[in-house]
Ligand binder design. Structure first.
Ligand code: MN
Length: 282
């Protein structure tokens, strides 16, 4: 199944190029606070699935180009991310980092503020006119059930699905959680694909373009820590909850953004989405 969140916090399923509204089945819609409809749907997916299947068979859809997509990850308890999880990315970072540069084995994982999530078509706001701010394209893993101390061998049972992520990053000396948590710094989408449709997430092409020029073209097979290893590690630190987003690190090709840019990501079997870049006004 391919979940989308659209218009004013509606929940839909993609059927070819149309959106089937299943908001009623998940209690989704405008005005809910906290907005936990997607977390409920993920946590209760086993019970909900027969009704979602029936909706896909029987309901009329609306054309995808008639809706406004939002991020298909809503109000996760946390966004966990992997630093330096591709070897080739280590090499390109050497000139930018003072001191020795290590890989994920040394750093562990870090957190991004969930409030930094935005969806397709959003505007990424650069907070500083004079500091380098980079794009990173990553595979996002959405957790399906509470996970604590999950060993690698069992980890894939805890995956609900996959989505695309841009991990926007100000370069500099502050803690990663500061440099990567500005509002709009985590574009997510365009869809959330359930794990049954992607049995192995370790052979997916990750691509990113700026103004139509390709900047990144990597493959998830080159992760240093693969998805089960990341879940094993992260769940040893903190309990993962349904709907939590785990961003798995960027391949090489990161580069600076400037106001006016259009940035497009494409993750194989998930889809393509674009955001614009502007200088933040305050
Ligand atoms: Mn990253």
């Amino acid at each position: 199944m391919r979940f989308v969140v659209y218009d004013d916090s509606r929940l839909g399923l993609l059927r070819d190029e149309s959106v089937v509204d299943v908001s009623d089945l998940a209690g989704a819609g405008a005005g809910e606070w906290p907005p936990v409809f997607l977390l409920r749907a993920i946590a209760g997916f086993g019970r909900l699935r027969p009704r979602l299947d029936e909706a896909l068979r029987s309901r009329q859809g609306v054309p995808l180009d008639r809706v406004r997509l939002q991020a298909p990850v809503v109000f996760p308890t946390k966004v966990i991310a992997a630093p330096v999880n591709y070897r080739a990315h280590i090499e390109e970072m050497r000139p930018l980092v003072k001191g020795e540069l290590h890989a994920i084995e040394k750093y562990g994982v870090f957190l991004k503020a969930p409030s930094s999530i935005v969806g397709p078509g959003a505007t990424v706001e650069l907070p500083f006119p004079d500091r380098r701010t980079d794009h990173e394209v990553e595979l996002g893993v959405v957790i399906g059930k509470a996970a604590r101390d999950v060993p690698e061998a069992a980890a894939m049972d805890y995956v609900f699905g996959y989505t695309g992520v841009m991990d926007i990053t100000v370069r500099g000396d502050e803690d990663r959680s500061t440099r990567k948590s500005f509002d709009s710094f985590t574009p997510v989408g365009p869809v959330l694909v359930t794990a049954d449709e992607i049995p192995d997430p370790h052979g997916l092409q990750l691509q990113l373009w700026v103004n139509g020029e390709q900047r990144q073209n990597g493959n998830t097979r080159n992760m240093i820590w693969n998805v089960p290893r990341l879940i094993d590690y992260a769940s040893h630190v903190m309990t993962l909850y349904p709907g939590d987003l785990l961003s798995t690190g960027t391949p090489e090709g990161v580069g600076p953004l400037k106001p006016g840019d259009e940035v497009t990501l494409e993750v194989e079997r998930i889809g393509r989405m674009s955001v614009r870049v502007e200088l933040r006004k305050r």
